[in-house]
Structures are given as C-alpha cells and as structure tokens.
Design a protein around this ligand. Structure first.
Ligand code: GLC
Length: 546
C-alpha cells in the first residue's frame, strides 16, 4: 500500500464545474479547460463524481452502464483526453465507483425484470405478496427500502432511490463484473478510485425488521464487507493506487480495518460523524446549532483512534452531499474570509489526506434558495414532501432545506463576475448563488491574501513539512468549547495549530509555555502571542512551529 500523506485531493462535481457547450450542464471538456487552475492550486489528485451513463435520478449515482460516458458530460474520447491531460500535468484522475447499487435502467436489472433468473441473482429480490414488505427498513432518501414488482411477485431492495437497486455481492458473478469495471478504467490510465457507500455492500443472511431504527444496523459494515473489499482490491491489482471508501454510519474499529495498510483494503476512509453535530437527535432534517464540544470530541476520537490503529483518514468538510462549511460553522458576513481560512486550516493540518471540494478553496457559501422550484436534488424534493406531511409549514420546510439540502454544495462553480458566474453561457441546470459577484475565482486569484492563496499555503506546508504529513497528533485545550487546538510532532519537528471556532476573542494556553515557537501561518496579520498565552481573535487560526 502506498503513502498518500503528502497528497491533497480535489473533488469535482462535473455537472456544476464548467460548461463548455452552453447547455447549462458542466462537462468533461469544461474540466479540461480548468486543469491549469487545479495545477496552480497545487493538488495531486482530482476525483470526479460519476459521469457514466445514467438516467440521472441521483445525478449519476444511478449508473446504467459503467463502460460508457453519459452524453451530457461528453464522449469516451473526451474522457481519454481528460485522463491524458491530467497525467501530463502530474494530476491523477480518480473515478467514482458506485458498486453498492446500479440504476434500475442497467441492462442487468432490465434482464432481471424480464424474468432472467441469472440476473435476478445480481440483485436482492425477495419473494412475497404485495401487502407484505420483507422488512421495515427505510430508504436513505425517505420512504420504504423495498419496491414490489408485480410481474415477478417479488420485492427488490433499494437502500437509496427506488431507481437504485442494491447489488447482491454474495453472488461471485457480481463481484467479477465489478472487478472488470475497475480493470477497464485502470487500463485507461485512471490513477485511483473513490468507492461510493462501500461499507453497505455486504448484506446480512437473514433479513429482519429493525425494531428501533431504519435497518442500517443490519447492513452497515456488514458480515463480509472486509473480505469483499480485499478481494476486489487484490484481484484488480489496485493496492498501490489511491483508493478511498465512503463509509456511511461506520465505526472507528471498522475504518481502522478498511484503511490499515496491513489489511490491504483501501488507502483511506471518509466518515461523516463530525458532520452530524448540527442534527437534532441525529435527524438531518431537524435543525440545531452546531455542537462544538461534540465536534472537538469526534475529531479527537477519530484522529487518535486512527493513529493508534494505524488507519488513515480522508480529511474533509465539504462534498456534493454537504452544505457549505463556511455557512455551517463559520460566518458568511463580517468574518467570511477569516472563518473560511480557519476551517481550512483545521482540516489541512490534521493527520490524514485532505480533500477540497470545488469552490471550498474560494469560500463558496450556501445558496439561500427561497422557493422549492429552485431545488433539483431527489433527496431534498422527497424530504420537502415528508416535512410538510409531518406538519411543518412551507416556510419551516424551506428553512430546513436552505440549511441541509445537498444542492447547497452543487450550485455552479463561481469563476467570475460574468453572467452565471462564468459557469455557462446557457441556462444553468441549478441556479448560481447570488453572491458570485463577490465570491469568485477571478477575484480570489487577484487578491494577495485571499482564501485561495491560503489554501495554496496549506497545501505547500503539507508538502514541505514532514510534521504535517507524518507527525503524530495530540489535542490541546480539550475543555475549551471555543477552541480547537492540536499539536503535531515528528522527530524533532513540532507544530501547534490554534483555532478559534467563535466570533469573539478567546484567551488560551495560560499554563503551558510557547517559548521557542514562532508563527508561520495565520489568517490575521498580527497575532497576540505572549510567552504563556495567546489571545485568539474571532475565527483566528494560528500555526506555530518550534
Ligand atoms: C453517496 C453519494 C451520494 C449518493 C449516494 C447513493 O452517499 O455521495 O451522492 O446519492 O451515495 O449512491
């Protein structure tokens, strides 16, 4: 297994990155046009979310053919050109493998529907009558996780949308098909893979009702999950490539196994626990102020736990499923720039491999849509209905979506002050956020102290300092709810990162001594650093080195 500790990955959501032909949808040629920008930022890998053939019910996470490109994104030639151009610039392209399920339009599922028993065994079908659903499990997008097919007299499992049927990994033919997909793309020159919800692939032998949950306890990190991952990685020879698993509601213990190099499973894992700290009673659709103490504890548990277990974290705040972090934990107003930089600093200087989601590096914010007609995401549209059914008013439901919708992360990339932020010359598929005249790449690249410039510095720091990439981590100021602070050590190098999470000044480190440390990076020109204490300004981040 290889070492990705000095690398930084940039995530592109192709539909919203750059349109090259005026149809309002981002495409592969658009990405090619912007590779110089990514090179300037200094990232090593680019992960693009799925661009395979797909009816787009879940924006490409419903794949109908893993071997062809969805026409709205371009052609196979465009894909080959993108891979070649990336390789020329020393940027590795990572593809997104959606292997837990396929679209119901996939040929396999269509054959299953037509009665072909061989292909029925590719999915999870259960015999039964229409009035008796196999289990009470809930789909992650709302509603039951089973759909009845009258012509077959069977139900099929879909943990996500009804058009995303779960694959049966217990069938060796399915596993072989998926290995072929990997081999195909590897041969084309792709340098790594992100595996979608890959800790849900192994389903239990017996399907039973969940008396106190939505069913996830039965299929999360399932019985043969590790075994199947090992087999996939081994049989396709991708041990040395960068591989990241998206782990849904996972545990530390399992993530250690997924990412410990000795296990030969994956290079690293995404987990989402730190992004549920503003869910009331764990419910994404109930708003709550972020619980900063919980955030600190989660970072500590995962950082220390993965360190002790020799696992490796994928570090991130944002992706195409999350609202924008500066809107969530920072300040979109007065301290927009400071908070965007501070949040970047937290992620980039911890132990793991950092991921930047398109637009995060220029401080993009949530969209603030005010009407349901502005939303596109299937999950948001489903939950809008569910929230109204539960008795919320239209305004309350829209407030929840404004904070929680995945479309917050999916609005078009803000390149310039031009109409539609320079994303398209046509009508964008999803509205551009109103603040694009102030927040855009052009402005950020011109300003010396921009959020963009700060990201570049953080990336450079990881490359130049072994203490950032390889150092051990320990947490400081554990009882202070307003400050997230940690110390990294490697051989004789020491680094301290101090982050003020709130909009007021905070004084810290009264007891310990900072003698011998000097500031190497921060988001304020002047910092108040005394020998025994530091006064952190609103959302200040200070990086000190010994
Ligand atoms: C992952 C993807 C998300 C998708 C889901 C189902 O969570 O990130 O966008 O909807 O899997 O494939």
């Amino acid at each position: 297994m290889a070492d990705f500790s000095k690398n930084v990955v940039y995530q592109i959501y192709p539909k919203s990155f750059q349109d090259s032909n005026g149809d309002g949808l981002g495409d592969l040629q658009g990405i090619i046009k912007r590779l110089g920008y990514l090179e300037e930022l200094g990232v090593d890998y680019v992960w693009i979310t799925p661009v395979f053939s797909s009816p787009q019910n879940d924006n490409g996470y419903d794949v109908s053919d893993y071997y062809s490109i969805e026409p709205m994104f371009g052609t196979m030639e465009d894909m080959e050109e993108l891979i070649g151009q990336c390789n020329k610039r020393g940027i590795g392209l990572m593809l997104d493998m959606v292997f837990n399920h396929t679209s119901t339009s996939h040929e396999w599922f269509q054959k299953a529907l037509a009665g072909d028993k061989y292909y029925q065994d590719y999915y999870i079908f259960k015999e039964g009558s229409p009035d008796k659903i196999p289990t009470n499990w809930q789909s992650k997008f709302g509603g039951p996780a089973w759909e009845y097919v009258p012509s077959l007299g069977k139900w099929y499992l879909h943990l996500f949308d009804v058009t995303q049927a779960d694959l049966n990994w217990d069938n060796p033919n399915v596993r072989e098909e998926l290995k072929q997909v990997i081999r195909f793309w590897k041969k084309k020159g792709v340098k790594g893979f992100r595996f979608d919800v890959v800790n849900l692939i192994s389903k239990p032998q017996i399907f039973e009702d969940d008396m106190n949950g939505d069913g996830r306890k039965f299929y999360t990190d399932g019985p043969r999950n590790h075994e199947y991952l090992k087999e996939l990685v081994h049989d396709t020879g991708i041990e040395k490539m960068v591989t990241v698993g998206e782990m849904s509601s996972t545990s530390l213990e399992n993530c250690i196994r997924y990412s410990n190099p000795n296990e030969k499973e994956l290079s690293m894992c995404f987990n989402f626990h730190h992004l549920k700290i503003d869910y009331k009673d764990g419910d994404k659709w109930e708003l709550m102020k972020p619980d900063r103490i919980a955030l600190k504890k989660l970072f500590e548990t995962w950082q220390i736990g993965m360190q002790e277990g020799n696992g490796w974290n994928a570090l991130f705040w944002c992706n195409h499923d999350q609202p924008r972090i500066v809107s969530r934990l920072g300040d979109e107003g007065r301290y927009w720039e400071q908070s965007a930089k501070m949040l970047a600093s937290i992620i980039h200087l911890m132990r793991g491999t950092p991921y930047i989601f398109q637009g995060e590096e220029i401080g993009m914010t949530n969209t603030h849509y005010q009407n349901i007609s502005q939303y596109r995401d299937v999950e948001s549209l489903n939950y809008y209905k569910i929230l109204l059914e539960k008795g919320k008013s239209v305004k309350e439901a829209l407030d929840v979506l404004a904070a929680r919708s995945r479309d917050n992360g999916r609005s078009p990339m803000q390149w310039s002050e031009e109409p539609n932020a320079g994303f398209t010359e046509g009508q964008p598929w999803l509205e551009v956020a109103e603040n694009y005249k102030n927040i855009n790449v052009d402005t950020q690249m011109q300003a010396k102290d921009s959020v963009f410039a700060f990201y570049k510095e953080l990336i450079a720091l990881r490359k130049n300092r072994d203490v950032v990439s390889k150092g051990n981590i320990m947490f400081l100021e554990q009882d202070n709810p307003n400050v997230l602070a940690y110390k990294r050590t490697y051989q004789n190098e020491e680094l301290i990162a101090l982050n003020n999470l709130v909009s007021v000044e905070v004084e810290i480190l009264k007891e310990s001594t900072l003698e011998g440390y000097k500031k190497i990076l921060g988001n304020y020109k002047e910092s108040i650093i005394k020998t025994n204490s530091v006064i952190l300004k609103p959302y200040e981040t200070i990086i000190l080195e010994k």
